[in-house]
Ligand binder design. Sequence first.
Ligand SMILES: *Cc1c(COP(=O)(O)O)cnc(C)c1O
Length: 372
Amino acid sequence: MPRPKTITVTSPLLPNLKDFEKYLEDIWNRKWLTNNGHYHKELEDALAKYLDVQYLSLFTNGTLPLITALQAMQINGEVITTPYSFVATTHSIWWNNLKPVFVDVEEETGNINPEKIEAAIKPNTTAIMPVHVYGNPCNTKRIQEIAEIYGLKVIYDAAHAFGVTVNGKSILQNGDMSTLSFHATKVYNTIEGGALVCSDKTTKERIDYLKNFGFADEVTVVAPGINSKMDEIRSAYGLLNLKQVDEAIAKRKHVAELYRSALKDIPGIRFFSDIKGVRHNYSYFPIFITENEYGMTRDALYAKLKEKNILTRRYFYPLISNFPVYRDLESSKPENLPIATKLAEQVLCLPIYADLIDNEVERVLEIIKKRV
Ligand SMILES: *Cc1c(COP(=O)(O)O)cnc(C)c1O
């Protein structure tokens, strides 16, 4: 019997090739490939409008906006963050020569627990970098209150939160800045890409200098900037993908609903439900396995699925605080991070993307339901 087709954990949203060719022809005619070109401007405007934010700067990936945000606000000393994320979050702090301080997360959302932030604040703490993990909104109200009391800046890593709104308001309107990733694996992609969102014109100008070596004009360098510009080809690709992202999110929602209705009756499996007032983007479908109720460990289920050609991911395991560069930090001690440690041991992200068809979801569910 032939082995069934491999089901990957994600699959990129691709624009129609013929449509993309038209854009490519136009770019060839214009002979302007990067440096704030025609499509770059168009995509910045289109994204700011779609995401309902005042100012947005495109970047060449989702890590450089994190690094640049810290630079733009001249953050120093210590930055409070979450260990339950993709490594880029903490790396951006490290690359700025700052000290990351890990705070534990909430079991219900996987996001930084605001009630544990205050205990981690020291005289040289200057910023908080939370993550809207899996696109679940952080408790932005509480985080803002704490930031105001202690005079801290807040930079949200919103790499998972493209298009997420809370009571009709964009999640990206919170904090001092928010960053996005448009990597191929994300809900919305420009192959590689990202953005930095801010709420005033002067800051946007500063960000745009910083992403272009610090050039304010041909002969003026105002800051030690970096090169993180998005090019015309990926900007055009991004414009096409933006037109189909709502449909892709709707299809992801359908997959999430299939999973939820089947998994709700299986003991030992927890998953997130939709939160009232939130427009979710269904960027990931994490499940959390309690071994003694489910009957199998997370890793055993991961291996079982893999054997059947179904590739899942343990996002986020290991915790960032367990990687060699960070594990000797005081805040990396497992006693400081009991919930994050537990989630990292229990989590398994199931395949979810727009093209995933119902009987592929069935194949995944069949194996999970067996519990052996
Ligand atoms: C993907 C991701 C990033 C980094 O984005 P890249 O575009 O891959 O550089 C940062 N933070 C989180 C939480 C991510 O998932």
